[in-house]
Design a protein around this ligand. Structure first.
Ligand SMILES: NC(=O)c1ccc[n+]([C@@H]2O[C@H](COP(=O)([O-])OP(=O)(O)OC[C@H]3O[C@@H](n4cnc5c(N)ncnc54)[C@H](O)[C@@H]3O)[C@@H](O)[C@H]2O)c1
Length: 359
């Protein structure tokens, strides 16, 4: 396959436009080749920015005619897999936003195709690339936390200000499915799969529209008994920053607290294994990875994590890597738990067993 990345994008909303621009301006190996959206006005607007790019309102036509070899998928959160599947059936590289799939059936179909196809599938899990998550992984790798036995993540984001621009967010009745930003980073330090889940929902208390769930919370467990708790809320009056994480280990503790009010985000660690860190200590590290600061300065999305994702993916393609830095298996490990959690919530919190396409 050509080492030049001929990039096409499906979904030209805020995220699609931004990620396409980042990739095509930051990396000489990436060529703006094709754009597609069902919204004709949007396609015309974006085309003005990229003279020479081919534009489409029909995804199948873009795949068949444009000559792209890499697809960026930035359609709404519940409809990524259909585009990924068709592109992977043609052996194209895919870079897809998260969550990877919306059902177990989609996961199985995509998994089968991905296993057999040439090219790479990259899961666009930007939170996995934050510097404080790298720090967590490093503490874990060096045994400074001991064995993790309880991990927790919260994604608390009052999304009502986005309803007008992205109406699909208003009808996102199961926030627990949007679990990749939270579970992705935690799963980096867990070798086992999450195997059981019980999840409950608050229902619609804040705005009170039928079908909405303001907040959902799930308890997962691995075969060896490690507990992972995840809470998601996209309608709330919390007013705090979005992402928090906690890890309890047999030899230490790690905490990332999102910003709240006047208080800045904080990363705290404690370990029995280092003389100077036997008490809770603040790490001088935030989202931006120091090793990428200089090169990513002008492409700052999500603390530079979007740049790092592209950098790692472009390097993998151009150097002919066998798998993507965050591949489909990684994407499904962080996506499917939310789908099973939603099932549990629909059954009033009943314990549900998780399965994966590779079982
Ligand atoms: N990883 C992150 O940090 C992050 C941040 C924001 C958004 N996102 C994700 O990015 C994705 C896009 O989000 P957004 O805010 O840009 O949403 P959006 O609704 O603004 O954009 C989605 C676009 O997809 C288009 N579309 C829908 N169906 C299509 C089809 N069949 N063919 C072609 N185009 C189609 C829509 O017309 C729309 O323009 C979502 O999955 C969202 O969850 C991720």
């Amino acid at each position: 396959m050509s080492k030049k990345i001929k990039l096409g994008v499906v979904g030209l909303g805020h995220r699609g436009r931004y990620m396409f621009k980042l990739a095509t301006s930051a990396f000489p190996a990436v060529e703006a080749t094709a754009i597609c959206d069902i919204n004709e006005t949007l396609v015309e607007d974006v085309q003005r920015t990229y003279p020479g790019v081919q534009s489409y309102t029909d995804f199948r036509e873009m795949l068949a005619k444009s000559g792209l070899n890499t697809l960026l998928v930035e359609t709404p959160a519940h409809c990524h897999a259909e585009f990924c599947l068709k592109a992977r059936q043609r052996g194209l590289h895919v870079f897809s936003d998260i969550p990877s799939v919306a059902s177990l059936q989609e996961a199985e179909a995509l998994w089968q195709v991905d296993q057999a196809a040439p090219g790479l599938f990259m899961t666009g899990a930007n939170p996995n690339e934050w510097a404080f998550i790298e720090a967590l992984c490093e503490f874990h790798r060096r045994g400074l936390l001991g064995k993790p036995f309880y991990l927790e993540a919260g994604y608390i984001h009052d999304c009502r200000y986005l309803w007008a621009e992205t109406p699909w967010r208003r009808h996102n009745s199961t926030p627990i499915r949007y679990c990749t930003h939270s579970l992705g980073p935690l799963l980096r330090i867990l070798e086992e799969e999450l195997r059981t889940v019980s999840c409950v929902s608050s229902g619609a208390k804040v705005v009170g529209e039928a079908g909405q769930n303001d907040l959902m919370t799930a308890h997962f467990q691995t075969p060896s008994g490690i507990i992972v708790r995840f809470t998601a809320s996209f309608i709330n009056e919390a007013g705090c920053g979005h992402h928090s994480y906690r890890v309890f280990g047999t030899e230490g503790y790690f905490e990332r607290l999102s910003a709240r009010g006047p208080q800045k985000a904080k990363t705290l660690v404690k370990t029995t294994q280092l003389y100077g860190m036997r008490q809770l200590t603040e790490l001088p590290i935030d989202e931006q990875r120091p090793e990428y600061v200089q090169e990513s300065q002008q492409f700052g999305g999500h603390g530079g994590a979007d740049y790092v994702l592209w950098k790692r993916f472009v390097t993998a393609v151009t150097e002919g890597a066998e798998t993507a830095p965050i591949n489909l298996k990684d994407g499904l490990r962080m996506t499917l738990p939310g789908i099973f959690a939603a099932q549990s919530a629909a059954q009033g919190g009943q314990l549900v067993t998780l399965t994966y396409p590779w079982d």
